[in-house]
Design a protein around this ligand. Structure first.
Ligand SMILES: Nc1nc2c(c(=O)[nH]1)N[C@H]1C(S)=C(S)[C@@H](COP(=O)(O)OP(=O)(O)OC[C@H]3O[C@@H](n4cnc5c(=O)[nH]c(N)nc54)[C@H](O)[C@@H]3O)O[C@H]1N2
Ligand SMILES: Nc1nc2c(c(=O)[nH]1)N[C@H]1C(S)=C(S)[C@@H](COP(=O)(O)OP(=O)(O)OC[C@H]3O[C@@H](n4cnc5c(=O)[nH]c(N)nc54)[C@H](O)[C@@H]3O)O[C@H]1N2
Ligand SMILES: [Mo]
Length: 776
């Protein structure tokens, strides 16, 4: 019998073995609620979507560099590894030699896979740094707005997101949790680097059983697990700030706010209060005012505000709220609302950002550092806010504002991507297609034929974690896991480290990149960081071979001390916040001094950026949220992801009233469209949605109806063909992909079949020669 061997993934720890050629997976015994996403993994062992050999776009091969018009519509030619590595090395030499590192974009955003050493981001950045650096990206698609505004008004993002309120404190002390954007249990399945124990459901159930009330503010009812016994406030998308202002107005006018807290711990409340009452702009932000915008009646708002003042209240704001127009505002206004309640730093009260969005948020912090590969220093100072990729490629030299800086986009000639899928994560894919036709060369390392691989010039096949040894560990997760290789590399796939080592050899930087270490040497070396800290802390500290033989190691946790918020509350002079004033900034002089019309000195209600579709009364909101059945676009070809599709097409949820008004029945194919493009998806009627709101999760692999068309339709159901590619504001320039406006119509006649998961064909192959096996 083949023994099970330990392994890990972003969605959970497990053990696996190959049984009659099929990957057999068993969730970690200590995980109370293993993620169903584990069921996607076996496909990575044998799917025809795996990239088996290096491949080069024919047009690039024949007319390099550039010849980019056909990018995304061209054939690929499979080549030997030696040929592929020589092509990449020569092209890197040419671009670095002629244009310097500032012509190389190595931002390479993306989640890649669990594993501390073979982490694609660390590998690509380290490799490019040994060549002289690259233009990088800053911040994330997750929290582009929050990461920039937080340090101005509350302190480092990491303190607020990771080190404030724990699930234990909620289960112990919270009386009322008001969750703007909810805490969809699907999201807590996942955590970058691993999540060995899915505890969120049980903690919520525990708090609820003790009597804690959970209020869900969301257009979707299922953004809370049933265990919350939540009360659903069905809000108009994009209007949370109006609701928060309405609540704040009730608190202020009924003198339910904590003036002593505001006085001691905050700056700028009087300016904000003048706005709240209308003294400064003539509009009082009353409950009625809020109700007209957010669709929740004024009496409900008043009652909620009074309850919030009465109970031990935690205000949480999800990532999704800030991945939208003026996304800085709900983050900031949530802080102001919590400050008015005066409970910041109290057990189970105050403010928490993104709790429930990732599996380890709200768990205890680790007491030891994790193994981390040195990426070296990047000598290039230039960067872009991550979601400005298409702007950068389309408008080299163009000016833009960011966080008080007047910046210009660099001129990029070569794009290098490893471990991300921009054709998953970016907005307005037709615009991104145009942007991807600009650089001279695009190189992608991928495990699978994603749309990003299909839009590259040179595609190098990477292994998945299943095909290599690594160390699995993540912030907030106590288990360090010996991730052991479970299967042979698929096709000719190589580890990113091996690929970069081979390139470095050709480029004369091998020693700098590898430091003469094998992958195994690196695991043992990186492990030492954690082992030394274990020794120093007086904990059990097995050597690497013992850890590896044992398969896992439980790491010590820090005690739950309430984090920086508690320390600040107890002694604001000794433990000031890391903001300019040392206090919570309800008014920020720094932000005000930037002079941005779309993000000013204190939080405000800004109507969404004008959208042509919004003027049409028949248009609907489209919520483009995270998928339940996969992580982003990863393993969209896996069994669990595919089982949720209807005739191979992504499911679109629509309220029965909206469906009836359009003659749409369950299972019908629907065309969604707006000024940017269109996509097809399969209707699922659901009363879990607010009427007027549609929901289409992200992550269905982009499949253009016509890859040569300027404006393509995605026939598989990728919502990013519809979303807008504009920044949250001039402050943060974050992604606004969560929400958009669309028309929805029933597609009459036979829909085009979805063929994205059919095996790739390669130039030079006979008609019936395909890469990989037949589809099973
Ligand atoms: N409209 C809309 N768009 C969104 C969002 C939204 O809410 N709405 N959410 C945004 C958010 S929060 C995020 S974080 C992004 C996620 O965007 P991404 O992180 O880019 O999405 P993934 O699908 O996780 O892409 C990771 C890729 O890495 C590949 N990969 C995995 N392991 C390896 C490896 O070892 N080596 C190499 N070379 N490749 C590997 C996978 O095959 C996959 O294609 O999407 C964003 N996009
Ligand atoms: N299963 C699974 N889990 C994941 C991921 C995944 O791909 N799959 N991705 C992970 C990543 S990278 C991240 S960053 C997090 C993202 O965490 P979030 O961004 O918080 O997750 P979403 O599911 O996009 O959005 C949560 C909910 O917000 C609600 N919402 C949307 N717009 C509004 C609004 O205007 N107001 C209110 N009140 N609610 C609104 C939607 O109903 C949506 O279901 O999720 C993580 N968890
Ligand atoms: Mo994210």
């Amino acid at each position: 019998m083949t023994p099970f061997r330990p392994h890990s993934s972003h969605w959970g720890a497990f053990s696996g073995r190959l049984l009659d050629g099929v990957l057999d997976i068993r969730p970690h015994a200590g995980d109370p609620h293993p993620s169903p996403l584990l069921g996607n993994l076996p496909a990575s062992a044998d799917s025809p979507m795996r990239i088996r050999r290096p491949a080069v776009r024919r047009g690039w091969l024949e007319g390099r560099p550039g010849n980019a018009a056909a990018r995304g519509a061209d054939d690929f030619v499979e080549v030997e590894w030696d040929t592929a590595l020589a092509l990449v090395a020569d092209e890197l030499s040419r671009v670095y030699g002629t244009h310097g590192p500032q012509a190389v974009f190595g931002g390479s955003y993306g989640w890649a896979s669990a594993g501390r050493f073979h982490h694609a981001q660390s590998q690509v950045h380290r490799f490019l740094n040994t060549l002289g650096g690259y233009v990088k990206s800053v911040n994330t698609y997750s929290s582009g707005a929050a990461m920039v505004i937080m340090p101005h008004v509350l302190g480092p993002y990491d303190h607020v997101e990771r080190k404030s309120v724990t699930w234990d404190a909620i289960a112990r002390s919270s009386g009322l949790v008001v969750a703007f954007g909810g805490m969809a249990i699907k999201n807590a399945d996942v955590h970058g680097g691993g999540n060995s124990a899915h505890i969120v459901r049980d903690r919520i159930a525990g708090a609820s059983a003790r009597g804690c009330r959970f209020i869900l503010v969301s257009p979707l009812r299922d953004d809370f697990p049933p265990e919350a016994n939540g009360e659903w406030l069905s809000i108009v998308p994009g209007t949370d700030v109006a609701l928060m202002l309405g609540l704040a107005h009730v608190l202020a006018t009924e003198h339910l706010h904590d003036s002593a807290f505001l006085e001691r711990y905050t700056v700028g409340f009087p300016d904000f209060e003048a706005y709240l009452t209308g003294a400064s702009d003539g509009v009082a932000k009353t409950a009625e005012w809020a109700a007209a915008l957010c669709g929740i009646d004024a009496q409900t708002i008043r009652t909620l505000a009074r309850d919030m003042a009465q109970l031990r209240t935690l205000v949480t704001v999800s990532h999704s709220l800030q991945r939208a127009d003026h996304g800085e505002q709900p983050v900031w206004m949530g802080i102001v609302l919590a400050a008015m309640l005066g409970q910041m730093g109290l057990d189970g009260g105050g403010y928490s950002y993104s709790l429930g969005a990732l599996g380890n948020t709200g768990k205890h912090d680790l007491a030891v550092p994790l193994p981390t590969l040195d990426q070296f220093r990047n000598p290039v100072a230039d960067f872009i806010p991550v979601a400005r990729i298409a702007d950068m490629l389309l408008q080299p030299g163009a000016p833009y504002a960011y966080n008080g800086q007047a910046r210009r986009y660099p001129e990029i000639r070569l794009v290098y991507w490893a471990g991300g899928n921009p054709f998953h994560h970016h907005q307005d894919l037709n615009r991104l297609r145009a942007a991807f036709r600009r650089p001279e060369t695009i190189i992608v390392h991928e495990t699978a034929w994603t749309a990003s691989a299909r839009h590259a010039d040179i595609v190098l096949p990477a292994t998945t974690t299943l095909e290599r040894d690594d160390i699995g560990a993540a912030s907030g997760d106590p288990l360090m896991i010996a991730m052991k290789q479970l299967i042979d590399p698929v096709g000719e796939a190589r580890d990113d480290y091996a690929i970069f080592s081979g390139l470095a050899r050709r480029l004369g930087t091998e020693e700098a990149f590898t430091e003469n270490r094998s992958a195994r040497d690196w695991l043992a070396l990186l492990y030492e960081t954690t082992r030394k800290a274990l020794v120093a802390g007086g904990h059990e500290a097995p050597d690497f071979d013992t850890f590896w033989a044992r398969g896992e190691l439980v790491l010590p946790l820090k005690p739950d001390t309430g984090g920086p918020a508690r320390a600040f509350r107890e002694n604001p002079d000794a433990f000031p916040l890391a903001t300019p004033s040392g206090r919570i900034e309800i008014f920020s002089d720094v932000i005000d001094s930037f002079g941005y019309a779309d993000c000013r000195g204190h939080p405000r209600w800004y109507p969404p950026h004008a959208e042509p579709a919004a003027a049409d009364p028949a248009s609907l909101y489209l919520v483009c949220n995270q998928p339940q059945q996969r992580l982003h676009s990863q393993l969209d070809y896996g069994a669990v992801s595919r089982a949720a599709k209807i005739d191979g097409r992504e499911a679109l949820r629509i309220h029965p009233d909206d469906a009836a008004a359009r003659g749409i029945r369950d299972g019908d194919v629907v065309r969604l469209s707006n000024a940017r493009g269109s996509c097809l998806a399969a209707a699922v009627l659901s009363e879990a949605l607010r009427p007027g709101v549609l929901q289409l999760a992200t992550g269905a692999w982009f499949e253009p109806d016509d890859p040569t068309a300027e404006t393509a339709t995605c026939i598989h159901g990728n919502p990013n063909i519809l979303t807008r590619d504009i920044g949250t504001s001039q402050l943060a320039q974050g992604s606004t992909g969560q929400l958009t406006r669309v028309q929805a119509t029933r597609l009459d006649g036979p829909p085009p079949p979805v063929r994205i998961f059919e095996p790739m064909r390669f130039a030079g192959d006979g008609e019936d020669m395909v890469a990989g096996r037949e589809q099973g």
